[in-house]
Unconditional design. Sequence first.
Length: 253
Amino acid sequence: MMFWVLLLCMLLMVEIGWRTGTFLVSKYHIQKADSSDTFLASIFGLLALLVAITFSGASDRFDHRRQLIVQEVSSLGTAYQSIDLLATKDQPKIRELFREYLDTRINLYQSQGDLSEKELRSRIDVHNAIASQIWKEVVLAVSETPFPQKLVAAQILPELSDMFTASENQRLAIKFHPPRIVFQALILLCMVGSLVAGYNLGIQNQRDWLLTIMFTILMTGTIFIILGLEFPRLGKVNLGDFEIELIALRKIF
């Protein structure tokens, strides 16, 4: 609904600007000032700059999140293979814990956009509890392995650490966004730009519906894409092509 709400608001601001301009012309005979083009250029130049900055930042953060998913899949696969370093009697239980760990991870990815903060926190706690249990079981298995086989078995610990680090980095990356005031300023500038554009048309007593609709649709669509890149699990833009690799990895487990 955000796309349509923003589009209607911008069209409304254009209409308000138009009516204001025509009213002032009819009542006070106001004419377009020679310096008005400078003000228009400044407003739309600032709008273009803010759009470019936010779009570039959103795109970079989106690519970074995809890279983190790739790292997480890679670290999960490596850590799972490293279970072979442990004693044979310890492997079945730890492999089962790995499956539960990956199941909770997939569940988190697939449902983040549909959960409340409380439900999401609860699922994260379950995920972290399984991670803690994996670490304890692996440390116990390594400690009970006789020397010198313990030196080989202990090599799984760095792999587990990398796996947990990748998971935590992915969780924290979800929270990396520009300050809210940046998005507020972007939307405010869109409203002001629409108002000024409508006012300028009203002063000249000329309606150009084609340019008006094109401007509002393009600006609304650009903001929609920016927000989609910033919040990939809430909008049309998503990380599904990469997150499906976790499902493929689960089939191997």
